[in-house]
Ligand binder design. Structure first.
Ligand code: C2E
Ligand code: CA
Ligand code: CA
Ligand code: CA
Length: 276
């Protein structure tokens, strides 16, 4: 009776019903998006010492009817349904293929490419093998590949996480902790994980000049990262004043609209050539 009651509520509330239907239809479409070739990577510049030193690959879904669907609308759904595993593998293989192409061009060869890895994807027992297969299949140099992990990953077995990271680091790839400060990480994990870089989340960067608490957090993340021997990159940098503030406090790498939005491949490559 309880089940029927719940169904009845759902059925008679047109707003909830349409939301449930919209989600179900998005999920249906997401199941076919890979085989239909609807995904694309965009590239957002990462800047250090006044030069573009690399990019972050950001996933874009071109839905045939809805047009462009933002990752914030479908990544969580992909994570919940497990579809992220196949999608994430496509992202990895595409990114490695791109790195291999860049290797043939002296201007592009030094670039690093960062790929977002979801906790569910990382938790697969064959995750490291998938990454190594993507590298081997493309011929990409592992030293140019960075993997961005989030703190959500720390809800999993930490020993297993460390083992996977060490296995991959042996090939020379780097790990960044994304959205640092917004999740669950405890400082003792931070000390144990074999990380190379922290990313200051854009929520702290946005008001860094207006909100003394955000300024304090941003400064503390830079100092903490450096004292642990990690590089620190700020994301969501939109203004010269934000960059200057962070630079003044020791941050040396940047990503954000001030330098470039995420753009299609050709545009990103043109940006690199223009800066050279
Ligand atoms: P993220 O990894 O934190 O990526 C940064 C997001 O901030 C991107 O949003 C980027 O477009 C946006 N951004 C960059 N600079 C600025 C700025 O100056 N101002 C503002 N307001 N925003 C800026 P996007 O591309 O919509 O991606 C959203 C999230 O979706 C990503 O957040 C990431 O968590 C997830 N995502 C994207 N691609 C992938 C993927 O291939 N795999 C996985 N697992 N997640 C992905
Ligand atoms: Ca990221
Ligand atoms: Ca981030
Ligand atoms: Ca973020």
């Amino acid at each position: 009776a309880k089940e029927a009651g719940r169904d009845a509520v759902r059925f008679y509330d047109p707003q909830i019903q349409s939301r449930v239907q919209a989600r179900a239809s998005l999920e249906r479409d997401l199941r076919h998006a890979l085989e239909r070739g609807q995904f694309e990577l965009h590239y957002q510049a990462q800047v250090q010492g006044g030069r573009i030193t690399g990019a972050e690959a950001l996933l874009r879904w071109h839905h045939p009817v809805q047009g462009y669907v933002a990752p914030t609308r479908f990544i969580a759904l992909a994570e919940q349904t497990g579809l992220i595993v196949g999608i994430g593998d496509w992202v990895l293989r595409s990114a490695c293929a791109q790195l291999a192409l860049w290797a043939g061009d002296p201007l592009l060869a030094p670039l690093t490419l960062a790929v977002n890895i979801s906790p569910r994807q990382f938790s697969q027992s064959d995750f490291a093998a998938q990454v190594l297969a993507a590298l081997a299949g493309s011929g990409a140099n592992a030293r140019r590949l960075e993997l961005e992990l989030t703190e959500g990953l720390l809800l999993q077995d930490v020993e297993d996480t460390i083992a996977k990271m060490m296995q991959l680091k042996a090939y020379g790839l780097d790990f960044s902790l994304d959205d640092f400060g917004t999740g669950y990480s405890s400082l003792s994990y931070l000390k144990r994980l074999p990380l190379d870089q922290l990313k200051i989340d854009q929520s702290f960067v946005r008001d860094v000049l207006l909100d003394p608490n955000d300024a304090a957090i941003a400064r503390t993340i830079v100092a903490l990262g450096h004292s642990l021997g990690l590089r620190v990159i700020a994301e969501g940098v939109e203004t010269v004043a934000q960059r200057d503030f962070l630079r003044q406090h020791g941050c040396e790498a940047w990503q954000g609209y001030l330098f470039s939005k995420p753009v299609p491949l050709a545009q990103f490559e043109a940006l690199v050539r223009a800066g050279a």
